[in-house]
Each structure stands twice: as C-alpha cells, then as structure tokens.
Design a protein around this ligand. Sequence first.
Ligand code: PEP
Ligand code: MG
Length: 537
Amino acid sequence: MEVKEGKKVFHGVAIGKIQFFHKKENLVVRRKVEDTDAEIARFEAAKAKAVLQLQGLYQKALKEVGEVNAQIFDVHSMMLEDLDYNDSIHNLINGQHVNAEYAVATTGDNFAKMFADMEDEYFKARSVDVKDISERVVTILSGNDTDIDISGEPVIIVAEDLAPSETVQMDKSKLLGFVTRLGSSNSHTAILARTMGIPALIGVEIQEAWNGKTAVIDGYEGKIVIEPTEEVLREYEARLKADKEKKELLLTLKGKENVTLSGQKINLYANIGNVSDLASVLQNDAGGIGLFRSEFLYLEKTDFPTEEEQFAVYRQVAETMAGKKVIIRTLDIGADKQVDYFNLGKEENPAMGYRAIRICLKQPDIFKTQLRALFRASNYGNIAIMYPMIISVEEVREIKRIVNEVKEELKAAGLAFGEVEQGIMIETPAAAVMSDVLAKEVDFFSIGTNDLTQYTLAIDRQNAKLDDFYNPHHEAILRLIETVVKNAHEAGIWVGICGELGADTELTGRFLKMGMDELSVSPGSVLSVRKAIRETE
Ligand code: PEP
Ligand code: MG
C-alpha cells in the first residue's frame, strides 16, 4: 500500500483502477520549408479545424457544466485569433522558413512562459490555456487528433496535467475521479471538476507505474491510496456506501423546486466562507450563494489581501456558480473576527465596537480595494454585494457615494464590470426598525438573525453562559423579521434570511407565510430545508 498526499479539488471517495493518461506526444521537429505560403495555408487550415473542435467542445460543456464554465472554449477560440499570437507564427514561417508545427509550438512555448512569469495569479493560470490551444493546432497538423479513450470499466485518471478541453472530452460515466501532478486550484480544470462533482486531487507526486493498479481517491483528506490493504479498502467501501446512501436520499430532492404544497416558491441558497465550500454548494443543489463571508479571506492572511488576490477568488466563485446568484458580503471584521494587521486595539464591547461597515467607512482604502475586486469579478458571473451591520440611511448613502467613485475609477481605467445588485444586511434592531426607509435605498435585504438576536435580546452570542437565554424564536425577533419583510415588499424589493435561523425547519412554514423570498443556509442544510418547504401547506 502506498499513500500520496495532494491538494483537494473536490471531496468524495473514488475506488477503481488507475488509467495513466499520456498526452499524445507531438514530437515537433524543425524542418526547412521552401513554400512559405503553402505552410501558412496549412497553419490556417489547422487553426480553422481547431476552432471548429472548440465550438463542439463549447456545446458539450454547455450541456454538462453550464454556460459560464463552457466559456473557456470560447476564450480558447479567441486566443487562437489573437493578433500577436498569429503574427508570431506567420513571422517564424515567413522569416525563418520553418514548418508550421515548429512555428506554432515555439510561439505556444514563448507565450506560455510569458504568462507563467506574470505576477497576477489569473494570468499565470492562462499559461496552461495558451499551451492547450497550441498543442491542439500542432496535433491537427501532425494528424494525431483523436479523442481521449476510456474503454472498459470506469477508471481513475492519473495524469501529469489535464487541460480543460481534455477534462470535458472524457466520458463522465467512465470517470471515477482524477489526480494530477500539476494544475492550480484556480485553473479551469479544477473549476470543471468541482462543477462535475468528481473527487479530484492536484499536486500529487504521481507515478506511471500505478497504471492498472487499484486505488482510492480520498477527496476528504486529500490523498490517494495505491493498492490499499483489504482492511483499508473495506473502510473506504463503507465510506463510499454511506456517501451513496446519503446521495440517493438527496438525489430524490435534487433538481426539485423549492415549492410548497400550495405552490408558493422560495429561493434556497447556501452560505460559504471559502472557495473550498463551493463543492458542497453544488453537491447540495443550492440555487445560489446567499452569503459569502468574505472576511475569511482576510482572516487567512498575515497582511491585507490585494485587489488581485480578492478578484481571483470572487471570480472563481462567480464562474463556478455559472450564472447563479452569488451574494458577497463586504468585510465583516471585528468582534470575534480579529486580525492582527488591522490593529483594531482592545475594546470593552467589541461586538458593539469598531467593526464591519464602520471600519470600511472610516478606512475607505480597505473598502475600495474590496469593491474594485468585487465589481471587476462581476463581469464573470452574477455577483451581488451586501453590506453588514448597517444602522442608518446615512451609512447607505455614503456607501453608494464610495461605490460610484469606484465605478468611475474602473471606467477610467478601462476595466469592465457587470450589473451588480446591492443590498444590506438587516442585523441590528435599528436597521429593522428603519427598514421602510432603508428599503427605498437598496435592491434587497438579507436578515442576519445571528446578530439581530444578539442585539435585540441584549445577549452576547459568544457568551456560553447565556446559551439558555439566546432564543431566536423570541417573539420580538419574529415580529422584527415580519416587519422587515413587509417593508421590503412595500418598497418592491426582495428579502431573505442568511442567519442560522433560516435553516430552522420549525420556522420554515412561518417564514413562508410571511412571504420570505429567500433562505440562505449552510450547504449541508439545503436539502433538509427543501424537504421542509415541500412539506409545507
Ligand atoms: C448574522 O449575523 O446573522 C450573519 C449571517 O452574519 P454573521 O453570522 O457572519 O455575523
Ligand atoms: Mg452578522
């Protein structure tokens, strides 16, 4: 038995035989050509065929993993038409009288290196894409272009690296999981694996000698076990069986509408704190992300995350959710979420202290960096932004002023951004009481019942001694929620709950009766809440 560790891309267990995937080696030799026009024509014909293949892949991916994930193949088509890329190939053929294969491979290597050397993580990851398109053209030029073949039993694919096009081409019914040595969790291949829900690992020290051996991918722990002992195999088989049973139960609710017996519908989204939670969101069939606690990005760091770092994360979330709504909450630091580099200092009452939107409004540089990253990422999916700990309409107006400044700056810099819904969290009694006025200023409300309970009942949510007093079913909380829903609807905006109370199935019926538009709960609770909704009159 041999165990190798790697980085988890998607959880779950896969047991099966390994098929080592070799890229078809395109041995590119440099040849001298006399007729450069004919060589250019060969290149152009191969490129046209590559574009056709990419269009086919786009259509296949569209059906299997959704439009946003399919877009990579559109991007590849566009990259093939890139002027600099084409100029470089033409110049090599015309200037050095070399064959098309050599000109394409050399240009591909040069461009890939240029991308790989860039600081920006996003552009770094594009290095793989430029290699992928060049290899596609070289493969066509060499007459090697056949599909990846997984014949016989389903297998675990082990490869040096997998390009998005290779992942999509594989027959999903034959693919148990995959393990690669290269690849980044930011790559489109990783995004595709998550979307397809296949256990996958990257960064594993793979060996060709594993080919044909039985193995287990443990996507929970991030390891692959080659030739497991009988005992280990039995443990994993039990895990797989338990996962399967759970899945089957879930499957009966997957794809079903969140609709009551009398036909009332409600949106059911998931809360996340991290990119790694996305797999669970997809597996549990949430209709979107109702709360992305972006402060976790700051908590993991020893210094402020840069605009580029944040942009890469928000973009990845937006792309993975493939057009579904992703509500990202701006930084909610302070109180129990302390980070040294913010130098917030000691406070007597941190839960009622310098935190969340208060920090953002006092230190607009921090706020603007996040807003820029959010608006830029909005170009890649359906991002909405919400602001935490609001107590007044003045705060909302100040936020809007800063947002407008950010938008103007992005426009001036030629940076694209999409339409972004903007809402606020209703998690202070002040916001709940003023919700009729606030509703006229924003696109939606999301009720943070965790803090709303703490502030309304004057009970520190961190204080274990007060657990018996912390009662979110308190009529005061329910009345406030009802008021907020009524005020939102009177102003024509939608309203949801993203606090823990949203998952309390004892209250599902009551929320529906209030006319709640959305509930956002932890990914693991989505299907149990769906069940409760579907059983409500
Ligand atoms: C809430 O307060 O209900 C909420 C969703 O935010 P957090 O739990 O992150 O404070
Ligand atoms: Mg809160």
